[in-house]
Design a protein around this ligand. Sequence first.
Ligand code: ADP
Ligand code: MG
Length: 257
Amino acid sequence: MSELVIKNLHVSIEGKEILKGLDLTLKQGEVHAIMGPNGTGKSTLAYALMGHPRYEVTEGEILFKGRNILGLAADERSRQGLFLAFQYPVAIPGVTVANFLRTALNARRRAENPDDKGISILEFRKMLKAKMDLLKMDHAFAGRYLNDGFSGGEKKRAEILQMATLVPEIAILDETDSGLDIDALRIVSEGVNALTGPDLGVLIITHYQRLLNYIKPNFVHIMFNGRIVESGGPELALRLEEQGYDWIREKYEEVPA
Ligand code: ADP
Ligand code: MG
């Protein structure tokens, strides 16, 4: 079983420390939610997990399947079975969703076996249709240019479809903190719910309590000022819904001496 273990993670951006000793363990088959106020370092965690070069890990470890992956580039981490859905996906005019996904899938297959001839177009189409049906997506979506003129909800759908195609063992979903309406949240949730099972571990990063009306996480963590300060079950999200983040600020705000 795959396990992602984050130990005492410290991450800096341009010399400024953002993550200040974060610990988290996530197993295949589990759904974890990380919630926290804006600017607390949630996206920084997502980027550091995927190995974005701007996010410098100054201390701590990230173990995936027992191996320290800190030395691995983003594509190698992806090949190992990690997936990151971006908060702000980029548009690629001229490249269809289907072409993009087939290229990504074949790159993965070739990385595993240099002699791989790639998936046949016929086989790929069949597979993609099945995934789109699972996610209740219109097949016409596959023929559109990736993220080009997509609504917030469609971009999220494209990310979920990419996840369904690449079949990761652990997926990290960095939710946007603004601009996503309730429909987009519902779409992401339904997609995630359709894909979860014993073979997938999910880390949902969100500012919104309401997302968890649709996805039932096994574990909820509250992040504040670069650390996880509270962990519990779904009741923790309910408490945030009722009381907001003020009690977290009062409890954990560091007052300069
Ligand atoms: P969250 O996702 O929880 O809203 P972020 O991880 O995006 O938080 O940001 C955490 C902190 O890091 C913020 O104070 C933000 O201003 C800072 N930050 C984020 N990205 C950069 C960057 N590229 N360069 C400098 N500072 C950044
Ligand atoms: Mg963020």
